[in-house]
Write a protein that binds this ligand. Structure first.
Ligand code: SF4
Length: 97
């Protein structure tokens, strides 16, 4: 008997996301060199929202954000980012099952 286990990527693909154009709910503050925590987000954000540019800064594209709060915990207290929930009706729509 074999059991099939869904990969996390397949499960995340079931979610839907409504982009609030021009109103990102997470903003990275201007910087020349990213802090260690901000740089770490390029590796640990489960939705892959953070990227490092060729010139070394970290940018965010919050489309697809799962609102897990990891970056909020690691980066907001030290002022690397400003984090809010998306406005009502926008953001992630989780599909379970
Ligand atoms: S809240 Fe979670 S999923 Fe959204 S950008 Fe931060 S780490 Fe990524």
């Amino acid at each position: 008997m074999s059991t099939q286990v869904a990969r996390v990527e397949e499960k995340l693909f079931q979610n839907r996301y409504l982009v609030d154009q021009g109103k990102p709910h997470i903003v990275v503050q201007p910087h020349t060199t990213p802090s260690k925590n901000l740089l770490a987000m390029t590796k640990i954000c489960p939705a892959g929202c953070y990227e490092q540019t060729a010139s070394g800064q970290v940018e965010i594209t919050p489309d697809g954000c799962l609102e897990c709060g990891t970056c909020r915990v690691l980066c907001e207290p030290q002022g690397d980012i400003v984090w809010n929930y998306p406005r009502g009706g926008y953001g992630v729509l989780f599909k379970f099952g």
